[in-house]
Design a protein around this ligand. Structure first.
Ligand code: HEC
Length: 99
């Protein structure tokens, strides 16, 4: 049920076509922040922190989740509805956060 709700949020957010960091932030706030904290401490375990992580690493991880070459029940579902543009925006946003 939670996953269904999240998918609905993702669908509605992905119609916005604004540029880069703002779109990344909007999507992160609407979707990712339900699980991932913004601080780069380990306090939010078991959800790995995303803030300040390497942009290319985040992009790679999200594409692997989308392609299901990296398996996670939760993240395969979420990344499955992200476009390349979404992934670029989100990776850009999180990599700049906390720096
Ligand atoms: C319902 C909870 C939940 C939501 C929402 C969620 N995630 Fe995750 N995410 C997880 C969990 C749990 C893991 C780690 C465990 C795993 O890989 O199964 C994870 C792992 C990740 C990783 C890998 C981090 C690493 O250290 O390798 C990335 C990147 C990521 N998520 C990005 C996102 C982004 C971007 C969003 C929003 C579009 C998002 N997640 C939304 C739960 C969530």
């Amino acid at each position: 049920m939670k996953i269904l709700l999240i998918s609905m949020v993702l669908l509605s957010v992905s119609t916005a076509q604004a540029a880069s960091i703002y779109a990344g932030k909007a999507k992160a706030a609407a979707v990712c922040s339900q699980c991932h904290g913004v601080r780069s401490t380990s306090a939010e375990a078991p959800f790995p922190p995303l803030a300040g992580r390497d942009e290319e690493y985040l992009e790679m991880a999200l594409k692997q989740y989308r392609d299901k070459t990296r398996i996670s029940d939760v993240m395969n579902n979420i990344a499955g509805s992200l476009t390349d543009r979404d992934i670029n925006n989100i990776a850009n946003y999180y990599s700049r956060l906390g720096k």
